[in-house]
Design a protein around this ligand. Structure first.
Ligand code: NAD
Length: 386
């Protein structure tokens, strides 16, 4: 808290070396101050996204050296995980904390007496939660960047070009998984002049892909709706049949962007090694589903780029949103500000898990892991104390 006892929101410099984003940009400082909060920013917090300390100060924030930041904080807003050693009981931590991937972190935050609020757990289908939907805002950025990464690695033009030296045909781009990132990839590839095909196992996504200008592959694959607008996991046989059906379309593509995810499961394997062998030399795959458990292709290595013997570049894209840091930070900052204005009542975080939004995002409170799904993961992991 500051001297006048207003709630202080602290913005640390992100600790991950490849993280260029910052959780709050100067534009939102005034909004939080108008809502009764003070903002303190760690020296250099926004510099990797080109938001300088002076811009925060001009917007009304106080810029503090590292050692003083956490001590002043009632709420710490970050993109990734906070510096645990600096936290103290009673503080609220907001971020994309990935509690399903790292439930043990939640145990540690609970043990510190910290209230962990994770934007990954937002109930995304609630209309009033949409301004807070950081998964959507960041997937949008990643889908856009995926096409630029592909274009950069591709040995040919994306658009059709007619020049005195001849005519170049447009590149053929295939987008697999037409959720938020996939739809943005389709739009971006179309704007760059490519011929775009797409596929998703959810009929609604196929319709959305069509509406943003993709030709949807006519496959007799399984429909895969699950709860909350997500896809269901396919049975092994269904997934293998889908791979076989997709293979000729993969082979015909110059660029494949894959984005298919199923919550809580390893990403579906959509592109087999044989299908990659069918692609022309110089083609590119960008796999946005790449993670520690693999990705949508058999050759994906998370965070790495592999060039096959056949000359196909497979980019295991890490968090591409972090590589467009101005746009990604600006959008994330609006999400965080919307969440904070929802959480804070009469100048204090009002934790109330009967509220539908909070029932999703509040993972630890008063020394316990209070989110039932995350708590059950801890139980399953074998005796990690709640
Ligand atoms: P995601 O990242 O979980 O998955 C990306 C896409 O991959 C999804 O469209 C999914 O259907 C698809 N997919 C999964 N398995 C597949 C397979 N075997 N083959 C082909 N495609 C496969 O999804 P997301 O982008 O985070 O969003 C999922 C959906 O939720 C979107 O359609 C989005 O519009 C919806 N959503 C709704 C709201 C809302 O209602 N307010 C908010 C956010 C997102």
């Amino acid at each position: 808290m500051t001297g006048d006892d207003r709630l202080t929101v602290a913005v640390p410099r992100e600790s991950r070396a490849d993280e260029q984003r910052v959780a709050l940009v100067p534009e939102q400082v005034g909004t939080l101050r108008a809502a009764g909060m003070e903002v303190v920013v760690e020296t250099g917090a926004g510099s990797r996204a080109w938001f300088c300390d002076d811009a925060y100060a001009a917007a009304g924030a106080t810029v503090l050296p590292t050692g003083e930041l956490y001590a002043a904080a009632g709420v710490v807003v970050g993109v990734g995980r906070p510096r645990l050693a600096a936290l103290r009981a009673g503080q609220v931590v907001v971020g994309l904390l990935r509690p399903r991937e790292d439930p043990a972190l939640m145990t540690r935050l609970a043990a510190l007496g910290v209230t962990a609020v994770s934007l990954d757990e937002l109930p995304r289908t609630l209309t009033r939660a949409q301004p807070m939907d950081a998964l959507t805002s960041q997937a949008n950025v990643a889908g856009y960047k995926a096409v630029l990464v592909a274009a950069n690695a591709l040995g040919r033009f994306l658009p059709m070009l007619v020049t005195a030296a001849g005519t170049a045909r447009p590149a053929r781009v295939l987008v697999l998984g037409a959720g938020v990132a996939g739809l943005q990839a389709i739009g971006t590839a179309r704007r760059l002049g490519a011929v775009v095909h797409a596929y998703d196992i959810r009929p609604q996504s196929r319709e959305e892909a069509r509406s943003v200008g993709a030709t949807v592959l006519d496959l007799t694959g399984p429909d895969g709706d699950a709860e909350g607008g997500y896809a269901r996991a396919l049975a092994d046989g269904e997934e293998a049949a889908l791979r076989t059906a997709l293979a000729p379309h993969v082979a015909a593509a110059d660029v494949v962007v894959t984005t298919a995810q199923v919550p809580g499961r390893r990403p579906p394997l959509l592109v087999a090694e044989e299908a990659v062998k069918g692609m022309a030399p110089g083609s590119v795959i960008v796999d946005l589903a790449a993670g520690p458990e693999g990705g949508n292709t058999a050759l994906t290595r998370a965070g790495a780029t592999v060039v096959t013997e056949g000359g196909v570049t497979v980019v295991g894209a890490g968090d591409l949103a972090a590589t467009v840091p101005i746009a990604a930070s600006a959008a994330y900052s609006r999400n965080v500000t919307a969440l904070l204005t929802h959480l804070v009542r009469d100048g204090r975080p009002a934790i109330d898990r009967t509220d539908e939004i909070q029932a999703g995002v509040v993972v630890t409170h008063l020394g316990r892991v209070v989110h039932p799904v995350i708590a059950s993961l801890l139980d399953k992991d074998g005796g990690v104390p709640r």
